[in-house]
Design a binder for this molecule. Structure first.
Ligand SMILES: Cc1cc2nc3c(=O)[nH]c(=O)nc-3n(C[C@H](O)[C@H](O)[C@H](O)COP(=O)(O)O)c2cc1C
Length: 398
């Protein structure tokens, strides 16, 4: 039976956790409760043990140490971690990496999808710090289910009531389904800029941060695919479940893409490959006075065209960064390079795209279907792109 870990913290709405347990059990899941010490002042762990048939885990140093280190072994077994209700305190600890009890230590070790259902007084929920913490966790891939407006335990009427149990359970089941939707598939993602060296210290590159490819690789891995991420220079560290391959030049990128493309079902080329290179790279540093001021550049290899030409049954996604006529130019590129989907972004918009965590893209399918995402985080955009990739797979398998 698949195991869901339910974290409960000390909010009055904790009584609804019992219903959450029952609903997940009705859907066939085994539920294991992790509780904060403060939560046990509201409800005895005995009630959760009676409902789940599993010992409630609360104290890392008494409950969590046996022949196995439980927070780590459990992390390998869980299909979903739900924290409902989540206090402002627990959300803050998770966002800061504090792991000082079973629940928060488990979060740090967890690799499964995570769903958080906050419950608190409206003033606590709307506090800048709480909202910052929520944004930080969302950026790390944690899914939040918004609290509702209504009567609060403190006597106020406002925003902060735990989301309805049915909504939490449905969202949880959806997350589990999504986490398996690409199981058995191999996804190759490229990201970041490439560099073309003039000599050992000077190079030609572009402003790509690699964040879009990074998020796409993360989303692919969260959906259960074996994921390979080939990326140019950057500071982003992928999670250990992703096979990361570091490259610098377009030639190296091409070699690695060719190495992994054959075994891939889906290829997403989000890298901003430098289009031009110097005639040859000179080793050492060219002296200022001996450098001619005019250098003839040549084109780098067109990796996407090669992949498109030989794509067979693979789903291939390309990117187009355009300064004007974005959608029209992207459509031409989609046809020319034989792609299934092209993701176009207008680089003239300020504050999004290059070097930013946010973007605003148009996703164009081969059959003309077009989705305009509006401005969103690159994480949210990666989810929309992967949904569209799954739609193509669905059409091909029909
Ligand atoms: C009666 C009572 C109700 C509370 N309800 C909430 C709540 O709904 N949400 C919340 O974030 N904190 C609530 N708190 C405050 C938390 O219990 C407190 O911040 C605690 O330190 C959190 O501990 P925990 O996150 O380890 O469970 C409540 C406290 C009391 C005494």
């Amino acid at each position: 039976m698949s195991k869901i870990i339910l974290g409960v913290s000390s909010s009055v709405s904790i009584y609804k956790s019992c219903e959450i347990i029952r609903s997940f059990q009705e859907k066939g899941y085994d539920v294991q409760v992790l509780m904060t010490k403060n939560a046990s002042k509201f409800i005895s762990p005995l009630l959760f043990k009676a409902l789940t048939g599993n010992k409630v885990l609360m104290d890392l140093f008494n409950d969590g140490v046996s022949e196995d280190i439980l927070h780590v072994t459990l992390a390998g077994e869980a299909v979903l971690f739900v924290i409902a209700p989540a206090t402002a305190n627990v959300i803050g600890k998770m966002a800061s990496g504090i792991s000082d009890d079973f629940l928060t230590t488990f979060y740090t070790a967890a690799t499964c999808p995570v769903l958080v259902a906050p419950a608190m007084n409206e003033k606590m929920f709307l506090k800048g710090k709480t909202q910052d913490n929520i944004r930080k966790l969302q950026a790390a891939g944690v899914r939040f289910i918004e609290p509702e407006k209504g009567y609060l335990a403190c006597g106020d009427h406002g925003y902060g009531r735990l989301a309805p149990v049915s909504g939490i359970v449905e969202e949880g089941v959806l997350l589990i389904r999504k986490s398996r939707s690409l199981k058995g598939m191999t996804v190759l993602v490229t990201g970041g800029p490439t560099r073309e060296y003039l000599d050992s210290v000077r190079f030609l590159t572009n402003r790509s941060s690699g964040k879009m490819g990074f998020e796409l690789a993360g989303e692919s891995e969260r959906r259960g695919a074996k994921t390979i991420f080939i990326s140019g220079p950057g500071n982003l560290i992928s999670n250990p479940g992703i096979k990361s391959v570091a490259v610098e030049t377009a030639k190296e990128m091409k070699e690695q893409v060719e190495k992994y493309a054959g075994g891939s079902d889906i290829i997403i080329m989000a890298a901003a490959v430098c289009d031009f290179k110097f005639p040859k790279q000179i080793s050492g540093k060219i002296k200022k006075d001996s450098m001619p001021l005019e250098v003839k550049l040549s084109r780098t290899e067109d990796i996407l065209s090669e992949i498109g030409k030989n794509k067979g049954t693979k789903v291939v996604v390309g990117f187009a960064a355009e300064a004007k006529n974005t959608e029209e130019n992207a459509r031409k590129k989609l046809v020319k390079k034989n792609l299934d989907i092209i993701v176009a972004n207008n680089i003239s918009k300020k504050g999004i795209g290059f070097e930013s965590d946010r973007n605003d893209v148009t996703i164009i399918h081969r059959d003309g279907k077009t989705i305009r995402t509006g401005e969103k985080s690159k994480l949210e955009i990666s989810k929309i792109i992967m949904d569209e990739v799954e739609a193509v797979i669905g059409r091909k398998n029909r």
